[in-house]
Ligand binder design. Structure first.
Ligand code: AMP
Ligand code: GLY
Length: 425
């Protein structure tokens, strides 16, 4: 099978690494890819926003199957355009990607189909949003409706902060994504990332993880795309997974089909496990980053066959097996991330650091400059290890990081702390 993978982050490097191990693969292209992906695939300088160019490339190169990594091309309808050209795709349609592209759409779906989530209201003007916030009090959560790269959410513990968040959205802090605002109930509990593969009718569980969204140790500081993750999430017991499938995922699949936009691709539920059970925080319609890095390290089966089964509507015929050993990934970021990451610093020793042992280093924001590896984004490397316990995986990851020579990079030293505390108690 000839495959084209769209994207260039750590998530896509992990997918490329796993797809490259598939016996049915004949050639893997990545667009645009990164220097890490170039070790396992042919990187082609295509812009994921240029649907015509991607379609033409698939035709010229007899690509059998396209896997779309990031959310932006999904929300822009790349999967629809490829399918219209007769090309098999893993990833939801534009209409189904509204589950990620509009928080208001998802909240309305939850309300209509009885999917447990926090109470909410949608607003297109500041005044009524502020009145609602005053009537509800704090803590409360203010969200830009559209895609804001993880930055459009304010969990406010003070009234002023909540009111300011409303103004920021309507003043254009998130561009078009903030033209509408969702104000929602603050949920208390432990967060978990839960993944399902979906084919329009069937959804099957596809792993659990927990990530660390805050930039600082002890889960403090500003939100980021994710500074590290581990899998499985201890809070997602078999019983909790079964309940999440029954109460959230299956009604979502039925609801989307009823609305005429059946969901196929990855359904990634951001969950709050409250004292009343799982509540939906948000849906994403793609794999998580950096969660995918730990999932791919643990997956025993052929990812390519699973993704193709999802695209072909054949998920009722597959099963998924995981390594029992946990995996953990630490994100190495460029100084200044997330506000203003410094680009261009030289990184040495990456390949040697990963040699031998249960560790893979996935590239995210890297580039080659005069033959040297340099930082080219906020999140730069994902050092991903497995072990008999989360503590052992963590130890391997940090020992590997110590062998990487990159003074301009930083990382959190406590990734996995919650799971490690559980292991010790
Ligand atoms: P999101 O981008 O929607 O995943 O939100 C980013 C982060 O904000 C989540 O990972 C949660 O930690 C937090 N968050 C979002 N919505 C809520 C909520 N309703 N209650 C509590 N925390 C929330
Ligand atoms: N790590 C969270 C996300 O991918 O949205």
């Amino acid at each position: 099978m000839k495959v084209l993978l769209i994207g260039s982050g750590g998530r896509e490097h992990a997918l490329a690494w796993k797809i490259a191990a598939s016996p049915v693969l004949t050639q893997l292209f990545c667009a645009p890819g990164n220097p890490g992906m170039a070790a396992v695939a042919d990187c082609v300088p295509l812009d994921p926003a240029d649907h015509a160019a991607i379609t033409a490339f698939c035709r010229e190169n007899a690509v059998d199957f396209v896997v779309i990594g990031p959310e932006a091309p999904l929300v822009a309808g790349l999967a629809d355009d490829l399918r219209a050209a007769g090309i098999s795709v893993f990833g939801p349609s534009k209409a189904a990607a509204r589950l990620e592209g509009s928080k208001g759409f998802t909240k309305d779906l939850c309300a209509r189909f009885g999917i447990p989530t926090g109470d909410y209201q949608r607003f297109s003007e500041a005044g009524p949003a502020k009145d609602y916030i005053r009537s509800k009090g704090v803590p409360i959560v203010v969200k830009a409706d559209g895609l804001a790269a993880g930055k459009g959410v304010v969990v406010a513990f003070g009234l002023e902060e909540a009111l300011d968040a409303v103004d920021a959205c309507f003043d254009g802090a998130f561009g078009g994504a903030g033209a509408e605002v969702v104000v929602e109930e603050y949920l208390e509990g432990e967060e978990a990332s839960f993944f399902c593969l979906c084919d329009g009718r069937t959804a099957i569980p596809f792993g659990t993880a927990q990530d660390h969204k805050r930039v600082g140790e002890g889960d403090t500081g500003v939100n980021t795309g994710g500074m590290g993750a581990y899998s499985p999430a201890p809070v997602m017991t078999d019983a909790m997974i079964e309940r999440t499938m029954r109460e959230l995922i299956e009604p979502t699949m039925r609801g989307m089909a009823e609305l005429g936009s059946p969901f196929s691709g990855t359904l990634f539920a951001g969950l709050m496990i409250t004292s009343d059970g799982p509540r939906l925080i948000e849906y994403n319609t793609r794999f998580g980053d950096p969660e995918t890095q730990v999932l791919m390290l643990r997956l025993k089966d052929d990812i390519l066959l699973l993704l193709k089964a999802a695209a072909d509507g054949a998920l009722d015929q597959v099963s998924v097996r995981w390594n029992a050993e946990p995996a953990l990934t630490v994100v190495m970021a460029a100084r200044g991330y997330p506000a203003a990451p410094e680009k261009g610093s030289v990184i040495r020793g990456v390949d040697a650091a990963a040699a031998g042992g249960d560790v893979e280093i996935f590239h995210a924001g890297t580039a080659l400059r005069n033959g040297e590896l340099v930082a080219n984004g906020g999140r730069v490397l994902n050092v991903t290890a497995s072990g008999r316990s989360v503590s052992e995986a963590q130890k391997t990851a940090y020992e590997t990081i110590a062998r990487i020579d990159w003074p301009e990079g930083f990382y959190r030293r406590d990734i996995g702390w919650r799971a490690i505390e559980r292991e010790r108690s």
